[in-house]
Design a protein around this ligand. Structure first.
Ligand code: PMP
Length: 366
């Protein structure tokens, strides 16, 4: 069997650490401490309660979060959070929540918010084809807004904020789906963070929500139970049958981050080295590889670039696939090439990609 995991540059679901995949493989047959397959353990077992408790603890430790934050493990993906956030924070409000439209995914949150209450778009990058993010002097945040919402890393366009936005007297809500636990993020400055698992921390099927207790003080009481953060908090994310397997994988990944990597600051160092190598390759290619995002807003997770023509891009992708690289095709919305270099993608894999890119460029010119 050909194993391509180590060269999986997919935008998501993405690569997971090899050591975690080995533990997952073992757990399919039997989780060592209890002798049952992870796929057949009751969500009401003491074992699973301990798994959830450790995931909550590990995430809080990794981000340095205090007691007044809750860690939830919900279903419905990040997309469900596009709705749950405004259902909880926007219904019945008179002042608009402020949303930033910085790319494909933040755009998906807009109509869901508009359905629930007043909202406004504080900045849109549509006119620059989402090639850069706003500067501080382009943003005016209102003290009256119930909250502000933005996406920290635009997965499709490869744009990432390298600072915290907004104002400290207005709740910040952030979709960190594609850079969660990839770097320190000043988590305490956010009232609510959500991130689906399938980029950096696990398989699809579970979404982490971190929510500050006070944010929910006057949330509506007539929400469907499943979509009510407070009911989920009370049930420790076990209101109905949760995705036991996916949550177990998050546990293994958070242990890997804590024990093998040493925390998110160390993870950030590794991620920065990987991204620096790739962006240097683009910048030194004499325009052969053309980075999509403006320099100051480049993502450390998703390196999106183009070649001179769609034909050349197709050739690049076909040869990359033949050489064993996987998942390099850009998102269907914009095409091009995208190297996603999530936490578990190794420096060695990036170096192999650089070698391939060099060879490909040379071959076209000779
Ligand atoms: N937000 C971001 C930043 C994403 O990258 C994605 C999907 N790749 C989503 C939201 C949507 O996530 P889901 O498919 O889990 O609903």
């Amino acid at each position: 069997m050909k194993l391509l995991n180590s060269l999986n540059f997919s935008g998501g679901p993405g690569v997971l650490p090899e050591i975690v995949l080995q533990q997952v493989q073992e757990s399919m047959l039997a989780v060592p401490e209890i002798g049952l397959s992870v796929l057949g353990i009751s969500h009401r077992s003491d074992w699973f309660a301990a798994v959830v408790a450790e995931v909550e603890r590990n995430i809080k430790t990794l981000l340095g979060l205090p007691e007044n934050y809750h860690v939830l493990l919900l279903q419905g993906g990040a997309t469900q959070q596009f709705s749950m956030v405004p259902m909880t924070l926007l219904r019945g409000k008179t002042h608009p929540a402020q949303y930033l439209h910085t790319g494909y995914w933040s755009g998906k949150a807009l109509p869901e918010a508009a359905r629930e209450g007043p909202m406004s778009v504080a900045w849109s990058g549509e006119s620059c084809a989402f090639r850069h993010l706003p500067q501080d002097d382009e943003l005016a945040f209102s003290a009256e807004a119930p909250y502000i919402h933005y996406v920290s890393n635009e997965t499709v366009e490869g744009l990432q904020f390298h600072r915290v936005l907004g104002r400290d007297d207005v709740p910040r809500v952030c979709d960190m789906s594609s850079d969660f636990l990839s770097r320190p993020c000043e988590a305490e400055r956010f009232s609510l963070i959500y991130a689906h698992a399938q980029k950096n921390i696990g398989p699809a099927g579970v979404t982490v929500v971190l929510v500050r207790d006070e944010l929910l003080a006057d949330a509506p009481t007539n929400l469907p139970g499943f979509l009510d953060y407070r009911q989920q908090i009370k049930a420790h994310s076990n209101l109905n049958t949760p995705p036991v397997f996916a949550i177990y994988v998050i546990l293994l990944v958070t242990r890997w981050l804590l024990q093998d990597i040493g925390g998110v600051a160390q993870m950030d160092q590794i991620n920065r080295s990987k991204a620096a190598l790739l962006y240097r390759q683009l910048d030194q290619s004499d325009g052969f590889y053309r980075g999509r995002a403006d320099r100051q807003d480049r993502s450390l997770m998703n390196v999106a670039f183009n070649l001179a023509t769609p034909e050349l891009e197709r050739k690049f992708l076909a040869e990359a696939t033949a050489a064993g690289f996987s998942g390099l095709g850009g998102h269907r919305a914009i095409g091009g090439v995208r190297a996603s270099i999530y936490n578990a993608l190794t420096l060695t894999a990036v170096e192999k990609l650089l070698g391939f890119m060099e060879d490909f460029q040379r071959a076209q010119r000779s």
